[in-house]
Design a protein around this ligand. Sequence first.
Ligand code: PEP
Ligand code: MN
Length: 371
Amino acid sequence: MIDVNGTHELQFVIVMDGQASDDQVEDVLARLIHAGAYGRVAPGRDSTVIGAIGGRALRGTISLDGIAGIEKVLPVSKPYKLVSLETTPEPSVIQVRGRRVGGDHFALIAGPCAVESREQTLATARAVGAAGASMLRGGAFKPRTSPYSFRGLGPEALAILEEAREETGLPIVTELLDPRHMEAVSETADVIQIGARNMQNFLLLSEAGRGDKPVLLKRGASASIEELLMAAEYILKEGNPRVILCERGIRTFESSTRFTLDVGAVPVLKEQTHLPVIVDPSHAAGRRELVPALARAAVAAGADGIIVEVHPRPEEALCDAPQLLRASRFAAFADEICGLASLMGKVVAGQAGSMPSTVRSSTGSENEHDP
Ligand code: PEP
Ligand code: MN
């Protein structure tokens, strides 16, 4: 059943004590159901947290005082709930085919704007894979401003991406444009991208929330940070906790860059949410010369990763040609970014011999989300 009304929302959070048994968690869940609500369980390393989802009257109709295993019940003050640090105070770490993103883990996602051909995609995949990228990006269905522009190879591109994964081992990030493509895209994608233009396509968000693939959610060009968080909330509310947020530039009066990269969004999001935050310097810059500087700024601001566009012959590209990094120069770019990420205390997923000596080990206070 598709719930388009959203009358149930997170009302409060129940933190179980560290020793609470599974039976005690089950007992709390049963009490919520008895009260006409339900609980969403987030197992943490130290304690289990239950989000109580129900109508506004829930707090008044359920008594949780003195129930065994409950440490505390916390009100939720923000309009977004499940994505909030109030609900889950530890950073979420999302695992994609063994590559982690979030917490101490940095992801370098690279690949063409669009899958244009088998040769172009495989050449790019080989180059970025050899340079230590964590995942391969590439659009099969492209949102284009003009209906006369190249709009992607569709299913043929999905097959090419699968071949690239088979050869390089790189997990695939590709965009979902339409809920009707959900089945086909999820069969290929390891991470489903929801693009800037669709950040507030609420039916698409819910569809991705009902799926089992991590979602890379890009900020709309005119969306506030709170709107981005509310969009992510749609996905978590449907039961999919594996969301990666992406700052990709916003529209301002400035025209010397394609969009204005809002670097400040990175630390602001980190104050508000446990979800990983990555940055797309390519779409913000609009020109390849600017991409390295914006990527460095993103890493220095504390981003958990970057997603960049790369092509073997940018001058021949069918989409976003001016901003594509040349594949033959990607290794130098990747070295610089990964070195900086290490200085920021991050481990780069996918980098050969992936634990530089400057990197601190995992703090142990993270939520692991395995596939
Ligand atoms: C993309 O990453 O392919 C893309 C279209 O980006 P955005 O949605 O940020 O414009
Ligand atoms: Mn692009």
